[in-house]
Design a protein around this ligand. Structure first.
Ligand code: BTN
Length: 239
């Protein structure tokens, strides 16, 4: 497998996008440290040296963008199974793709793609897992956690990284061969959002509804107090 390792990099996602046009499908980029790690919605991602897994995977599937976005869910399932396997902890998915333990975020996924309406050229799945972080900046306290905080142990990042890549590959194959349905079922099983009340921002208004399903496109189905049912494609949903 193509595997690139860096001591320090700005962002593995940025580097992945740069080399993606000529990189092989499945190339993984791992860094010890990111100097400008990025999160969703333009947020910063704390990525200190040796503290976590800061990784991007370049994929070149023959898929439309609508299908390719579901690979975020494939990655979420892979991370959850790795955390169970290696740290023996149950984690869950806060829709759409935050991995959470005891209500605190341990992993975020940033998917970026390049392509046309009917076909992607490449897709970059960025995975950030807080492994050995002990202290978070003040604004993240109470919101973020690490595998080390949750287990009380310092964990070796190598077997974790290998396990994520193996699990990802396994479910990537399942997805390409059998389609989304078994991934969707796993996402529903691991979902911390399903059957809970959620706040959804619609046209700048905060609406409260109940998350009742994740559909075959990975969207969240929410039923509001007035009985109205809405399909939520992305954005911030909080329980
Ligand atoms: C989020 O939850 O907002 C997504 C966080 C994604 C962080 C990872 S770390 C590796 C990759 N490179 C980045 O700059 N971001 C992603």
């Amino acid at each position: 497998r193509n595997y690139l390792h860096f001591e320090s990099i700005s962002s593995t996602n940025d580097y992945a996008k740069e080399i993606a046009p000529s990189a092989a499908d499945g190339t993984a980029i791992v860094a010890e440290e990111q100097t400008s790690g990025r999160g969703r919605m333009g947020r910063y991602w704390v990525s200190n040296k040796g503290q976590g897994i800061w990784m991007s995977i370049i994929l070149k599937p023959n898929l439309s963008p609508n299908e390719a976005v579901k690979l975020t869910q494939v990655a979420a399932v892979a991370v959850i199974e790795t955390i169970k396997e290696i740290a023996d902890i149950r984690s869950g998915i806060k829709w759409p793709n935050d991995i959470v333990i005891n209500s605190k975020k341990v992993c975020g996924i940033l998917t970026e793609m390049n392509g046309e309406i009917d076909r992607v050229n490449f897709i970059v799945i960025g995975i950030g897992i807080n492994v050995n972080v002990q202290n978070f900046p003040e604004d993240l306290c109470g919101k973020a956690t690490s595998l080390s905080i949750e287990t009380g142990k310092i964990l070796d990042r190598k077997p974790l990284t290998a396990s994520i890549l193996n699990n990802f590959e396994k479910y990537y194959r399942v997805f390409l061969i059998d389609g989304f349905s078994s991934i969707r079922n796993l996402c529903k099983e691991y979902s911390l959002t399903l059957n809970k009340d959620v706040k959804v921002i619609i046209n700048n208004n905060e609406c409260i509804g109940r998350a009742v399903d994740i559909d075959d496109d990975g969207n969240l189905i929410v039923v509001f107090k007035n009985g109205e049912k809405k399909t939520i494609a992305s954005g911030d949903v909080s329980v």
